[in-house]
Structure formats: C-alpha cells, structure tokens
Design a protein around this ligand. Structure first.
Ligand SMILES: Cc1ncc(COP(=O)(O)O)c(C=O)c1O
Length: 428
C-alpha cells in the first residue's frame, strides 16, 4: 500500500477530515537504512537531528535502528528520552546542541547527564555556575558554510551559530579552567541543495578540525553535522551517498591521526531521513480568479484548507514542494494555478518563490472537493506547524507497508489551543 494511493487518501480524508499528514513507514525505513550503510564503518555514528520531525513514532524508529539523537531544546531531549533513547554520556546517545539554554534545557541536560554541545562561550559559565564539571562538546562556526537560503546558512561571519573558530582556543581554556573537558568538536555547515558543495565543505571542515584537534587533549569525537540534501523537485533522484561513506572513513583516519588516538566520527542529518516520507493532504474548497490590471497579472487560485500554519516552508523560504491533484494525471490539460490557504495573510500561498512572488504551478484545473497533495513534507513540516489563527494542528497518520494505519496525533481542538491559558493571579 502506498501513500500515493488515491483510494486510501480519499478514505482517510472522509474519516479524519482535511488537512492531514500521512507518513509512509517504508520510506523512512529505507532512508534510515541508507544512513546506516554510509555510517557502518568503524567508529562512525549517525544521529538524527530530531528538530526535522520529532514525532515519537519516528524517534522510536531511530532508537530501534541504533541512531542517536541531536536535540535542540530541553523538551526535545525529554521527547527523545520518553521515546526510549538513553540518557547519560556513556555513550552520549542524546546530545543537546544550542546557542542558548532556554527554559528547562540546562536542568534537563544536568538531570539526565546529556552531552551539552556549546554554541556560545557564555554557556560554559552558565554550566559552571550550575555546578557542572563534566564533558562538553564545542560547536564551532568554521567561517564558511552553505544553505538553500541565507537563513539556513549556518557557517560564516553572518551566522549566529557556534563559537567563531578563532575563539576556540579561548573557549577550550575557559572550559579547562572550570574543570570541564572538551570531548567533541562539532559544526553544522548548512542545509544546501548541492551535494558536491556539501562534499567540498565537509572536506574543508575536516582539514580545519584536524588542525584544531591538536589543541584538545581530551577529544573523543568530531561531528560533521547534518545537511545531506533531499531533491524536492526530483524525489527519486539517487544521491551518490557512497562518496559520503568514503569521506567519513577518510575523515576519521585523518582526524584520529591528528589527535593521536582513535576518534569517533559523527553525523546528524535531519531532513534526509524524513523529507520524502510524509505527504500533507488538503482539500480544494474553491477555484477563483483575479484579472490583469495595471497593478499586475491575474491568476487562478485553488483555495485549499491547509495553510502555512501546517507547512510553513513555502511561505518562509519559497521552498518548492511537489503538488498533485489526487486521481488526476499531471498532464491532463495543465494550467497555471496558484495554490493558496485559509489564513489571514496574503503570503499564505504554497506556490511562490523566495522573493515572495507568486509562482503558479502547472496543474490540471481542480474542482471544489478535490484532494490535493503537498509532497515531501516530512522534514520541517509538522515540526514547524503552529497555532496561528487558532486553527489547531492537523492529525498525523502512519502507514505501514502492509496497509495498516495508526493515528499518531489527533487533530487539535479549541481546548488544545486554550490549554496553556490561565487566569491565575500572579504575585511576584
Ligand atoms: C546543528 C544542526 N545539526 C543538524 C541539522 C540538520 O540539518 P538537515 O536537516 O539539513 O540535515 C541542523 C539543521 O538546522 C542543525 O542546525
């Protein structure tokens, strides 16, 4: 049974309403298997950057496959623990990576013995003030990086992430002065679409880390971060992942030689595991037109009941997701259609570019009642959804290869939207 099966999508829409998210377990498992293959070399370990898709069901798949976790908040770490990932640092299954300790993060790190991956020198002072004297990892801004858009470029002078590479020796000295040992060097140099650019930047990073490893007598591991791309426009394109496997083996040898002892080499992809594994299914409520006038060109709008509260990537970065009218061939008299959602913002449009301009998609003209799918929505999809306009998050459904289905989160109600509101008097 496939998550593309029109009859299945119609049955689900009839029973759950729309919009809803449909995860295909077989796709996630094949992506996990691909990452396990390229990290099967000695001393190489994969994590999952759970920010991409933190559903418990997905976290359990990762735990069963021996994939460790990169968490970026106290609550993400708690979700990973509840899904069965181990706390503690032997081995450090859950690593906490952030530039800020917010809310419960420091407490969760301390109480569960997680490995803190420090992105800002002041965090060493905060850890020391809380009485921590254990191992730490340092997240480095190596001075270069790439991204599919500027806001996803995580290395270079304009990036807020990590400790600037020229300040690493100072950060290491500050850690040593308060009894902490730097056991891991980490960088995430961005989530760009170009595989060759990733390979080139990872090679540069390994060279930089080899020079820095000499400064760190307690170093046990190096993390090269995430950033394995997914081809949204051609989801079946096959990446030459074997080149990454070779790079990891070479990198581990080079870094271990530089450090003078065997080091663990880590990676922490997010998107690659989950991007193609989920579809956002929405219903067309109307099709309407604007007309050319001196201000601009008219357009045909397919109005749907999903919006950027569900899938924010197109509105946020102009990201491209495959769109299909369920049960209709894409070649059936396609015409340029703008797909727009129900929210109170004119930017609530799934077909626009990164300059915020409408980018109509060639689709068979839908009619009200048709289902429409937004493909490859598994990474930074539900994870980034919000309660803007108080609509409530849409349900998530899990499809097993044998066709069995599970509701892994239900549709949020007004009670869910209101549940944090109180009228408690506050005495401060
Ligand atoms: C520190 C860190 N690691 C890993 C990732 C995962 O990146 P991707 O989903 O592109 O693999 C991110 C993404 O923002 C990140 O910030």
């Amino acid at each position: 049974m496939s998550s593309h099966d029109p009859a299945l999508l119609r049955r689900l829409a009839g029973s759950l309403g729309t919009p809803f998210w449909l995860y295909d377990a077989s796709v996630i498992r094949s992506r996990i298997a691909a990452i396990r293959t390229i990290t099967s070399g000695e001393g190489v370990q994969a994590r999952f950057a759970m920010k991409a898709c933190p559903a418990t069901k997905v976290l359990k798949e990762m735990a069963a496959a021996g994939i460790w976790i990169d968490a970026v908040s106290g609550n993400e770490a708690l979700r990973a623990l509840r899904a069965g990932h181990a706390g503690g640092q032997e081995p450090p299954v859950i690593c906490y990576t952030s530039d800020v300790f917010r809310d419960n993060a420091l407490q969760v790190v301390l109480e569960n013995g997680l490995l803190p991956n420090i992105g800002s020198p002041g965090m060493i002072r905060e850890l020391a003030a809380a009485g921590y004297r254990g191992k730490i990892s340092l997240r480095v801004n190596p001075g270069f990086g790439h991204g599919h858009v500027n806001s996803c470029d995580t290395g270079g002078p304009s990036s807020k992430h990590g400790i600037w590479h020229e300040d690493l020796a100072n950060a290491n000295a500050a850690a040593g002065a308060v009894g902490m040992k730097v056991v891991m060097l980490h960088a995430h140099i961005g989530s760009g679409p170009q595989f060759d650019e990733l390979l080139e930047n990872l090679g540069r990073l390994v060279d930089e880390f080899s020079r820095e490893a000499i400064l760190l007598p307690h170093l046990e591991a190096v993390s090269l971060g995430g950033g394995i791309p997914h081809n949204y426009r051609d989801p079946h394109a096959v990446l030459p992942l074997e080149k990454l496997a070779e790079l990891f083996a070479r990198a581990r040898r080079q870094l271990s030689e530089a450090a003078g002892r065997p080091l663990r080499l880590e990676i922490e992809p997010g998107r690659y595991y989950v991007a193609p594994a989920c579809t956002l299914v929405t219903r067309v409520t109307d099709v309407k037109e604007t007309r050319d006038n001196p201000k601009g060109k008219g357009a045909t709008f397919a109005m749907v009941d999903a919006g950027f509260v569900d899938l924010v990537r197109p509105a946020m970065y102009g990201s491209w997701h495959g769109i299909e009218v369920v049960g209709r061939s894409p070649d059936e008299l396609p015409e340029p259609i703008v797909v727009a959602g129900p929210l109170c913002e004119s930017g609530d449009v799934f077909t626009r570019d990164d300059a915020e301009l409408l980018q109509p998609r060639d689709l068979p003209r839908p009619v009200p009642g048709d289902l429409l799918t937004l493909r490859d929505a598994g990474a930074y999809g539900y994870a980034m959804s919000s309660n803007y306009n108080s609509v409530g998050r849409a349900p998530q459904v899990w499809l097993e290869p044998d066709g069995s289905l599970q509701l892994i989160s239900r549709r949020e109600t007004v009670e869910d939207v209101l549940k944090a509101e109180t009228d408690e008097p506050l005495a401060v």
